[in-house]
Design a binder for this molecule. Structure first.
Ligand code: ZN
Length: 433
């Protein structure tokens, strides 16, 4: 017998971004949406109340370093290079697998609380990340971040091998909710030789590639100087850009690169808060979209954001998209919302991001009973410009309830926070010794 769940009594955001009064009936075993229609609650084994609420696709955070929650607020107000070299990398050098588990659990509580049902994570000790994802119940595209600068050949190759080992070993874990990718950090932190090898092995193993592209001019100038072409062209020459590749940032991407990315079907993950905080620049999001590039949204790590609330990114993306284009009509509310839902799902290769029969049952339910969401002229506008992560009441992923009435079910939230505080203090103390 099928185990069914109805999200009932509210309104539903359709794939066309219309709002209709309907229930959503879910096959909890298969993790799929069965039907979207009024009056489905009576057919269900379990019901989730959506009165005065809007059911929307679970949000997709397509670029994150989850365990960096432990560094939240540790080193603010620094430019990217100094921030990485003087603060982040020394602390990351002291991270233990246990720290990464604890930091990832904290991130997962935060993601679930703000209605995120899928995310991509580039980090280390990925077995710990995968175990936390399995426990949490979300969906994820995980990978081991490869950095080869400053390493000898043997250590560099071992790092790359680990990324492939992780990608092959963990793919399909957590009942298929964990998928993987190989994740060279960027074009300037991994050698060309190993980037080319990454592309070849990824093609043979049929595994996606994820890396940072054009986050700052420091990632652009050395490539142009050495190879005489823009970084997207160089990445394409190395074989890194395919329709399963997704790159983070794309801030300093020029129009010649839009076509390179669009032609290969490579997705760009826009991370507006991180780009603003590190003064990296304004990604030309509307121009990339106009050129046919799929654009998703990400928070990046909590150390450069400083939270993992994708509702903040929605608003930031719409705001900075207008500034970058010098056009108040650029990156409108519908466009931003699509980036956080179907754009993210497409980038990560998940059949999620829309509420219709047959899609993954990945949903968030936003409580509309709030002064900052009144009056109701346009609920898509509210989701982008006015709603917050804390407005999410329920989160459902793969047909299972992960948060009910703001209670995250998989974790003891107080215990997670306490462990995170302890681990963060000990970590920083080791790094500053
Ligand atoms: Zn990043």
């Amino acid at each position: 017998m099928t185990d069914t769940l109805a999200i009932a009594g509210g309104r539903v955001l359709t794939p066309d971004l219309d709002v209709v009064e309907a229930d959503v009936l879910v096959d909890a075993d298969a993790g799929e949406i069965i039907e979207v229609a009024p009056g489905l609650a009576a057919d269900a084994d379990e019901t989730l109340d959506a009165t005065d609420s809007l059911v929307l696709p679970g949000l997709v955070n397509a670029h994150c370093h989850a365990a960096m929650t432990l560094l939240r607020g540790y080193a603010d107000d620094e430019p990217l290079e100094a921030w990485l070299r003087e603060h982040v990398w020394p602390v990351e050098g002291e991270l233990t697998p246990d720290d990464i588990r604890v930091g990832t659990e904290l991130a997962l509580v935060e993601l679930i609380r703000s209605g995120v049902t899928a995310f991509a994570d580039m980090y280390f000790a990925v077995d710990e990340v995968a175990a936390a994802v399995e426990e949490a119940g979300v969906r994820a595209r995980l990978g081991h971040g490869v950095v080869t600068v400053g390493k000898d050949d043997e250590a560099a190759r071992a790092d790359l091998d680990e990324s492939f080992d992780v990608a092959e070993r963990l793919d399909g874990a957590a009942d298929g909710r964990v998928r993987t990718a190989v994740m060279p950090h960027s074009l300037t932190t991994v050698s060309d030789e190993l980037l080319a090898e990454t592309a070849e092995r990824a093609r043979d193993a049929d595994v996606p590639i994820h890396f940072h592209l054009n986050e700052t001019t420091d990632e652009v100038t050395p490539v142009v100087d050495e190879h005489g072409v823009r970084p997207s062209e160089h990445a394409a020459d190395l074989g890194l850009l395919t329709d399963s590749t997704f790159v983070a940032h794309g801030v300093h991407t020029d129009p010649s690169e839009f076509d390179v990315l669009a032609e290969r079907g490579t997705s760009v993950v826009h991370c507006p808060a991180s780009n603003m905080k590190l003064a990296s620049g304004m990604a030309p999001v509307q121009a990339m979209l106009d050129a046919g590039v799929n654009v998703a949204l990400g928070t990046d790590g909590a150390a450069s954001n400083n939270d993992l609330d994708l509702f903040d990114e929605l608003r930031d993306a719409a705001m900075i998209g207008k500034l970058a284009a010098d056009d108040a009509a650029a990156v409108d509310a519908e466009t931003a919302l699509r980036m956080a839902t179907e754009g993210g799902a497409d980038a990560l290769g998940f059949d999620s991001g829309r509420i219709e029969a047959g899609a993954n049952a990945d949903l968030a339910v936003v409580d509309l009973d709030a002064p900052h969401l009144t009056p109701e002229h346009d609920l898509v506008s509210h989701l982008v410009y006015a709603a917050r992560g804390s407005d999410v009441r329920h989160t459902v992923c793969d047909g299972r309830v992960l948060m009910r009435d703001r209670d995250v079910l998989a974790f003891d939230e107080a215990a997670v926070r306490e462990r995170a505080q302890e681990h963060a203090e000990a970590l920083v103390a080791r790094a500053e010794e």
